[in-house]
Write a protein that binds this ligand. Structure first.
Ligand SMILES: C[S@@+](CC[C@H](N)C(=O)[O-])C[C@H]1O[C@@H](n2cnc3c(N)ncnc32)[C@H](O)[C@@H]1O
Length: 229
């Protein structure tokens, strides 16, 4: 299967020569990340929880938590790696919650550079949607990888693709971003500190990369150890 970037899975010398591994830790990512510094070759690919998955379920407390968590993710990224966020906005209590804005605030505080900001269409262009917008954000940041964007890629990904569960990253987005991290950002291991049921981890392994996940919910952590692409 070819992804939207037209690249074949496992088609690069950056992929580890040994079979890709997967490790999932059931832990709080905000404690795990500072205790486990990431090595060269790691990039982070994650999707931070919405307020409905946040333990306090309170929007006023969620917003600063979300920005602090995003900043922790960016600061945990190795100097030769990237941090990629897949986030879907919500329309809540008559207001639009723009998670791209919140992630960019965090990256600015951490001193990282935005490499690209892609739009992943969740609904066809021109179609109205209700609680969630018709697109998701895919944002790539790095400290020292401006070389990675010498190779131009599409800014609008026309479809989400399948989702393994309602909060999963879209398959088409992963078919773009995982080969991109492997081929243009020197990535050999993808780390998802909020891995849910493991969609990004399964994609990493499928494209020949090692995968490390962290997930607070034990049932989801167990699912993330098993999920197949
Ligand atoms: C948006 S979902 C991730 C979905 C995932 N990308 C997938 O495709 O399956 C966010 C996940 O973060 C988890 N989570 C929330 N707080 C966490 C924390 N402090 N540490 C680790 N995981 C956390 C939630 O249980 C939820 O599964």
């Amino acid at each position: 299967m070819n992804g939207p970037s037209g690249e074949r899975p496992n088609a690069t010398s950056n992929a580890p020569s040994n079979p890709p591994t997967r490790t999932v830790h059931c832990a709080d990512a905000l404690a795990w990340l500072p205790a486990n510094p990431l090595a060269s070759g790691c990039s982070i690919l994650t999707s931070l929880p919405d307020v409905v998955e946040f333990r306090h379920r309170d929007a006023e407390r969620w917003r600063p938590w979300f920005v602090a968590a995003a900043e922790r993710v960016v600061r945990s990224t190795p100097k030769d790696g990237c941090a990629v966020f897949y986030q879907t906005d919500v329309k809540r209590d008559g207001a639009w919650v723009d998670k791209s804005f919140l992630v960019q605030q965090a990256a600015l505080s951490a001193g990282a550079t935005l490499l690209w900001h892609k739009i992943v269409c969740r609904a066809p262009a021109g179609q109205a949607t209700f609680a969630r917008p018709g697109y998701a954000h895919l944002l790539g940041f790095a400290f020292d990888r401006r070389d990675a964007i010498e190779h131009a890629t599409a800014d609008v990904l026309p479809e989400l693709g399948g989702m393994s569960w309602p909060r999963a990253m879209g398959r088409s987005a992963l078919e773009f971003v995982v080969p991109w991290l492997r081929d243009h950002a020197g990535c050999t291991t993808i780390v998802d500190p909020f891995c849910g049921k493991g969609t990004a981890l399964a994609a990493a392994n499928h494209f020949g990369l090692h995968a490390v996940g962290v997930e607070l919910n034990p049932g989801r952590a167990a699912a993330a150890r098993e999920l197949a692409w």
